[in-house]
Design a protein around this ligand. Sequence first.
Ligand code: KG4
Ligand code: ZN
Length: 354
Amino acid sequence: MRGRPAQGGATDGEILANIVMGQAELHQAYGGVVPEIAARAHVERLDVAMKLALEQADLTLDAVDAVAVAAGPGLIGGVSAGLVFAKAVAAARGAPFFAINHLEAHALSPRLAAEPDGPAAFPFLLLLASGGHCQLIAVLGHGRYKRLGGTIDDSPGEAFDKIGQHLGLPFPGGPHVERAAAAGDPNRFALPRPLSDRPGCDMSFSGLKTALRLEADKLIAAQGGLREQDVADLCASFQLAVCDSLAQKTARAATMFAELSEGRPACLAVAGGVAANQTLRTRLRNVAAEAGLTFAAPPLSICTDNGAMIAWAAMERRAAGGCPDELAAAARARWPLDPDAAPMLGSGKHGAKA
Ligand code: KG4
Ligand code: ZN
């Protein structure tokens, strides 16, 4: 990354290279991420990814004037591998080092680049929906986050992945479910909209996932399997239910957010892997229009996990005057954006997972 965050929302951040090295094929057979495999795959890929990024940017390491890395929250093995690698690069280079909260990087990504109304200015309302998280957050300024609601159990990305697995689609399920849904009838299966009559903007996706699975199993029992059209209809019905829930709770959060933004011009932004979903983006654009908010959705390559958003979060911190030496930072499995928010207790025995 090169450039500087500007005042307001516009930026001149320029992405010189954004190398993403997936490892989905290693986890495919297990239907979810296996932590030990993920950690090892990080170790194997980190030096290759850095070399590719420098090549693509046409730079040598000497030109790098700061190093940023995601220090959490996430599966601790992969996070630790990246953290140790980045510390070594920063120490060897003598460059300032930034340990970034992965959620904060998602949260600030609509300020790097977004459509249709351009990058988000503070304050903005954020729906952060990924494979590990789902939260509605008022982003009031640098480091000022107020959580308005979130899931009490699974994240929507996890639900997309699990139902994709159940329907025999490749991992991760999100993009494949979206593709299958395009040819499906979203009204064929009557799926629940969990917590829709509960006030506030908390959400739940675990029961919806189970309801979808039961519909699929009913068909399998009756027909001996699923036809291509059945899979398409199941995916479309599921996607509609997820989008209904997210749109309804985001609209409620917009009402709460109006008080916090105190009449200043404001924006609804969406971030995280699930923000790549086009049906969701269209629904949220309508929610924004009805609430009198502009709408900011990052390009798809900035929605799913990527290095540019980590670099951007560091540049935002530097522009806000923060450049501490963080070489002693530890990897964190949990790292809430709003530490003052009440913990999500959820209804399951282990509480909220996301
Ligand atoms: O932000 P992300 O890359 O990683 C985490 O921080 O979790 O999000 C990954 C999640 C996966 O669950 C994936 O299935 C979901 O984002 N995802 C999508 C789409 N693209 C990725 N979900 C729905 N529709 C999509 N097009
Ligand atoms: Zn993420």
